[in-house]
Design a binder for this molecule. Structure first.
Ligand SMILES: [Zn+2]
Length: 349
């Protein structure tokens, strides 16, 4: 993997990743946006931090392709966030960062507050505005895995970052504001409760480490030498799909070349299966679950696709019970979801 780093000014960095060495024609690009009011407030009952960032209200909302900030540039008249003539994978500082390593002092209130220290990166999967995980080549997804691993390692070098979450929101149904294929990385200076519970559970008795050998056939979607993909018995979303290496590793930064290749194939296959159920792009959230700092060697890196459709025209909404309590109600059994994903059964209309 080759890297080309461009300092974009205003505390912004653009890293261009390519398989082979590549030369770039550079342009000026979009100017920085100030977001120094980022801070966190303590929720005394939930016992967790809430992020505040008013600069995000002004962010780009569903622009036409001609104004897409993730497309390449060919002249200075149409500036973008990736101001080069071509690229393979790009990761850059979000102009509308909810968190920043340079966050100013938090406001003084009658509840606890904290500076909004962290990082928000945007990952563009391709220069092709119309691509997606299902259409990208295995080679490109392999590069994406390496690029994300590289950025997570880099973010973890920053002392006050305790956890990075690479993720993708796909589909307008869940509020995506850009159609260009992309994900993001949130790197936080606090560890959210849900993630701490998950990491503690893994450290105590890792339920994923033996799954490669023990997984039931009825849940299995793909199995290769170094990786599996499956619907977990404990799925909370319809057609929830997990992809993970056989080996317990902290994140994509620790994968060998053969593991990257197997995972890339399974990520593509998972996205294709989800799109096939209703012959339409499946809206989903995709989480790259990497080890928080302090849990190295005790965490099993995995990817979770959480699809948001339970029928051709039926969307899964997180309503009162899920939102208030975190108690999920599932109306599609994981065993049946796996059979539908393997195309043994048709999905419900
Ligand atoms: Zn675009």
């Amino acid at each position: 993997m080759k890297k080309h780093i461009i300092d974009r000014g205003g505390n912004r960095v653009l890293t261009l990743y390519s398989v082979d060495t590549k030369s770039y024609q550079e342009f000026d690009g979009l100017p920085p946006v100030s977001s120094t009011d980022a801070h966190m407030r303590w929720h005394p009952l939930r016992q967790e931090w809430i992020g505040h960032a008013s600069a995000r209200q002004g962010r780009t909302f569903l622009p036409n392709q001609a104004d897409c900030p993730l497309c390449v540039m060919s002249n200075n008249e149409q500036p973008t966030d990736i101001p080069v003539d071509d690229y393979e994978v790009a990761i850059f500082t979000n102009r509308f960062s909810a968190l920043s390593p340079y966050a100013s002092a938090p406001p003084s209130l009658e509840i606890d507050t904290k500076a909004g220290i962290g990082r928000c990166d945007v990952i563009s999967y391709s220069a092709d505005h119309d691509a997606n995980l299902a259409s990208l080549s295995i080679e490109r997804i392999s590069l994406l895995i390496q690029a994300i691993g590289d950025k997570v390692s880099e973010n973890y070098e920053q002392e006050d970052i305790v956890w990075s979450l690479p993720f993708e929101n796909r589909g307008r149904e869940i509020g995506v504001t850009l159609d260009h294929p992309h994900g993001q990385i949130y790197s936080l200076s606090v560890l959210p409760n849900a993630i701490k519970i998950q990491a503690d559970a893994m450290a105590k008795s890792n339920p994923l480490s033996g799954l490669y050998d023990s997984i039931s056939e009825e849940l299995l979607l793909d199995k290769a030498e170094t990786a599996i993909s499956y619907v977990p018995r404990w799925a909370r979303y319809p057609f929830e799909t997990w992809v993970m290496p056989k080996r317990t590793v902290d994140g994509p930064q620790d994968l060998r070349a053969d593991e990257i290749l197997d995972l890339a194939q399974m990520i593509k296959a998972a996205a294709m299966r989800l799109d096939k159920i209703y012959d339409a792009p499946m809206p989903y959230t995709l989480a790259w679950q990497v080890a928080p700092k302090g849990y190295e060697g005790k965490f099993h890196f995995h990817l979770c696709f959480q699809p948001l459709k339970r029928g051709r025209n039926k969307q899964k909404f997180l309503a009162s019970v899920e939102q208030i309590s975190g108690f999920f109600l599932v109306d599609l059994q994981p065993e049946r979801a796996a059979a539908i994903l393997r195309s043994e059964e048709a999905g419900d209309e």
